[in-house]
Design a protein around this ligand. Sequence first.
Ligand code: FAD
Length: 521
Amino acid sequence: MTSSFLLLTFAICKLIIAVGLNVGPSELLRIGAIDVDGHFTVHPSDLASVSSDFGMLKSPEEPLAVLHPSSAEDVARLVRTAYGSATAFPVSARGHGHSINGQAAAGRNGVVVEMNHGVTGTPKPLVRPDEMYVDVWGGELWVDVLKKTLEHGLAPKSWTDYLYLTVGGTLSNAGISGQAFHHGPQISNVLELDVVTVGKGEVMRCSEEENTRLFHGVLGGLGQFGIITRARISLEPAPQRVRWIRVLYSSFKVFTEDQEYLISMHGQLKFDYVEGFVIVDEGLVNNWRSSFFSPRNPVKISSVSSNGSVLYCLEITKNYHDSDSEIVDQEVEILMKKLNFIPTSVFTTDLQYVDFLDRVHKAELKLRSKNLWEVPHPWLNLFVPKSRISDFDKGVFKGILGNKTSGPILIYPMNKDKWDERSSAVTPDEEVFYLVALLRSALTDGEETQKLEYLKDQNRRILEFCEQAKINVKQYLPHHATQEEWVAHFGDKWDRFRSLKAEFDPRHILATGQRIFQNPS
Ligand code: FAD
């Protein structure tokens, strides 16, 4: 009774504000009138919690209301109302809010659908061991998908480095990590989706066989064509343990030759994960993903002379079952013989599969304990064509970055033939391309080179350098300011992207935080 009264009071306050903002009161009344099994909230703490994201780069912007759905039908009811209103209003699905540039926001006149937080009644992951797949709610965290599938000795094949991201959120981008060279991104490992679209106003099932255009469009579709409420993810038998190895290089050429060699291997004898990162002068101090180089590994990074220059670290793993612990030693030895790293620089550890996959969460906990997690993150993720990666190294790693990075810089190659060209995800036009991820954190009371404005300016200079040097990079987790830039981003895929939008979200109400199309009409 008390909570309903509070809700009503807040709703009236919001109504008054909304009228001031030129939003028709009928829209708000309609929201109130939508009969959902979950619930709408306008509580200030709920509005505040969806008004910012991991990037913390934009001023928080509170939506009109938040929907905590408990079924796909709840989402469909909201979407139908938003679309059918005289003044259509924005609706954005929010996964875990781990975007950088407000991509999951709905704006002051919109409603955010909290796909993950505090959802009750949404379907739990359903594993089908006989068919080797799991059906999951779109707002499920990958870490929970992993826990559930491991109960059956199974696991998804393709991952992100961090598991506290939602299925719908990563599938709207691509979902990549060191397994992508072999299994493709997460979007290449989806069998079926349920999607709430606007154009059809209903939950649509789509797959390779059914509603194919929508299926491929939604994968990597930046939330533009519908809200993913269920995904069917392909599984494999889960390994039990992981041999995790890091080796160093002082030559970028040798480093990338080895990485490219490793991702060309697809037989039984191959590493299961290939990544890498760049270490500039400050060494590993600022690299929150470097706990690996712990006191248990006695070789000091400083003992590997780099003459004050840049070092490159290759990171590889071999998965195995407990019963294969002897074979894994031999396999790793054979594979390592083909590589040309600095011989004294081998760092090895061995751990459970789940601990390897969940490794970044441990870094998160450490940073949180030092109040260094909830800080602005001016991240820049780029796909760089293989033919220009050495120019990028010279211009950026050895040039623009100077000797301070303010966070990890990942670099690893992927094979384009593992990406389905029919998806909406955009990659460079070459058979092999690299992810370069500049994962920096800004500090208000740090040195000049750690400040937000400095890092943002550096990002701008990196993009400018690529443009001037004609390195055809594509942004991953893209953020563009104008439609002209979006058209260039999508290239050949733009016409199809635009026509999917016209078919499935004709009034432009979905995922407006991506700022690709004009706001609702
Ligand atoms: P949100 O940020 O909440 O949403 C992202 C976009 O998807 C928004 O436009 C939103 O409207 C839309 N969306 C969300 N849910 C749905 C849905 N159910 N249906 C339709 N649209 C939806 N990415 C990688 O690929 N590999 C990595 O290794 C990786 N590591 C990361 C590590 C950290 C610490 C962080 C913060 C991010 C990392 N990411 C990585 C990026 C991540 O993939 C993106 O942030 C992505 O947006 C997923 O985050 P989210 O689930 O919080 O989605």
